[in-house]
Write a protein that binds this ligand. Structure first.
Ligand code: AMP
Length: 507
């Protein structure tokens, strides 16, 4: 059988193709048969526009059912799908298009002139914001509704996703058919998805979480989803009674906690809530369980690897941990410099090997070589340890590690301690240049509504729980932490803002 991702997913579609695949927020439904016909139309259009397997199609459009059909059409035709965050400016796009050299670029109608100017010889087509018009849509309307999937190997390219890379040039992670299909299978099995599942999908689809983790898993299970253009806590709450599962970033869960209507009754039909892409604070985990009776299932992954580890579906879901490696995936903790594998309980770099690990960075062989060990393990850049129960704990990104007075300070440990203090909504701990210590530990704290804390209110109680070198020397207060759309705290932004803190006398 062809190892084309779509062929593998298709072999698992329900026999009754009139079954719903997508339910839009307005209640309109789109069946498996509709999806097969529509994605075939896009596959035919892309082939006619000249794409052959391995060619790239770059897409920067709003989330819509049509946009998802373009993704499936591209996979069927064997074109490598390159989704781009809708927030990227033309200047940023110019780098991605120049680097990836796509044969087709799909953009929002309002961006057409800007994109034409930077797209080189690519065909530029448009898709309207709700997916209701645009030149690509018109071409698809006129195309045949059947398409035979390109015959591909597991190692053939399926997608290129540029990683956010806070320093240096963004890198295009090359994901293969096999990377995506193996991860869909591992997740559907581990999280026990069945055709009866109805997933609430409010994630963006330019990122691995919403595009692959959520969508491919649903297709692999022959299940369905409520497909929302964006996350809105009240809207989500009103739709949860129709869903059986939800996948979200931690901010989805903290925002749901702000809704009075979040009760046990409101989530009666939900079988599992899943969280990832950024750390879920143990406080949110605890409060969510108290309010709903559900222990959120936290998992860990990244663009280059898809999902790596997950808390168990059956068994204890331990707050502050990301559980065990998924089936077929190996995780180890190694010394960042020497690569020596470390013992249980020791903190080091998280390294991973398995069918999920990407093929390398697009046109960056040297960068790729730097991030793999000789025995094939990928160096994730995250720091972690395996605890006494065998669960993987993430203690932060290597580049966020603070070295103060020669001691390693892992931000996650301090953030957890601060988040437990009364009146704290969320916190981020960063290291900034310090004349004596090299780096000084600083905390950025957002208080709960109506609460005013002082620096002492935060620092003094930490004296009982943290060694002195870990305690923040300064605390600054903000209304909310800066986060990107995936809920990741933008620590570089905080470090830049606070870089002078310890340079002033008296600090
Ligand atoms: P991305 O490539 O945008 O998906 O980002 C991947 C990074 O997000 C990982 O390398 C981790 O640093 C972080 N991440 C993902 N899931 C989790 C999690 N459950 N807990 C902590 N960090 C996470």
């Amino acid at each position: 059988m062809s190892e084309n991702l779509f062929s593998i997913l298709k072999s698992r579609f329900p026999d009754d193709l009139t079954k719903t695949f997508i339910q839009a927020g307005n209640g309109q439904t789109f069946s498996y048969a509709d999806m097969l016909a529509r994605s075939a139309q896009y596959a035919n259009v892309l082939t006619r526009l000249g794409l052959v397997p391995g060619d790239r199609i770059a897409v920067q459009v709003q989330k819509s059912t049509e946009a998802l059909m373009v993704y499936l059409g591209a996979i069927r035709a064997g074109a490598a799908f390159l989704p781009l965050n809708t927030a990227y400016t033309p200047a940023e796009l110019s780098y991605f298009l120049g680097d990836a050299e796509p044969g087709v670029v799909v953009c929002r109608s309002s961006r057409l002139d800007d994109i034409r100017a930077i797209a080189g010889s690519a065909n530029v087509e448009t898709l309207g914001d709700g997916g209701e018009d645009g030149s690509l849509l018109a071409l698809a309307d006129a195309a045949p509704t059947a398409f035979k999937e390109a015959d591909l190997n597991g190692d053939d390219l399926a997608a290129i996703l540029y990683t956010s890379g806070t320093t240096g040039r963004a890198k295009g992670a090359m994901l293969t058919q096999g990377n995506l299909s193996s991860n869909a299978e591992a997740l559907a099995t581990t999280w026990e998805f069945t055709p009866e599942d109805h997933l609430l999908h409010a994630l963006p689809i330019y990122h691995t979480h919403g595009l692959f983790t959520a969508t491919n898993t649903i297709l692999y299970a022959g299940a369905s989803m409520i497909f929302l253009p964006k996350f809105d806590a009240e809207e989500t709450l009103s739709l949860l009674p129709q869903a059986t599962t939800m996948m979200g970033v931690p901010t989805f869960y903290s925002r749901l906690l702000n809704c009075e209507g979040l009760t046990r009754d409101s989530v009666e039909h939900i079988r599992v809530f899943i969280s990832g892409s950024a750390p879920l604070s143990p406080e949110v985990h605890k409060e969510f369980e108290f309010r709903t009776g559900h222990a959120i299932l936290e998992r860990y992954g990244m663009t280059e690897t898809g999902m790596i580890a997950s808390n168990p579906y059956d068994g204890a879901r331990r707050a502050g941990t990301v559980g065990f490696p998924l089936p077929g995936i190996e995780v180890r903790i190694a010394d960042a410099d020497s690569g020596k594998v470390l013992e249980q309980g020791e903190i080091g770099g998280i390294e991973v090997q398995g069918p999920n690990v990407f093929k390398g960075y697009w046109r960056m062989p040297d960068k790729t070589a730097e991030e793999f060990r000789k025995d094939g393990f990928f160096i994730t850049g995250d720091l972690g340890m395996i605890d006494d129960k065998g669960y993987l704990n993430i203690v932060g990104r290597e580049k966020d590690l603070i070295i103060s007075g020669g001691f390693n300070v892992y931000p996650a440990e301090i953030e957890v301690a601060i988040d437990e203090l009364p009146g704290v909504a969320e916190s981020a701990v960063i290291g900034v240049p310090h004349p004596d210590f090299g780096e000084g530990v600083m905390a950025v704290v957002a208080c709960k509504p109506g609460v005013n804390l002082s620096e002492d209110d935060v620092i003094t109680p930490l004296g009982d729980v943290l060694a002195r070198f870990k305690q923040p020397k300064r605390v600054v207060f903000v209304d909310a932490l800066p986060r990107n759309a995936m809920g990741k705290v933008q620590k570089k932004e905080l470090r830049d803002k606070c870089s002078e803190t310890f340079q002033k006398p008296g600090n």
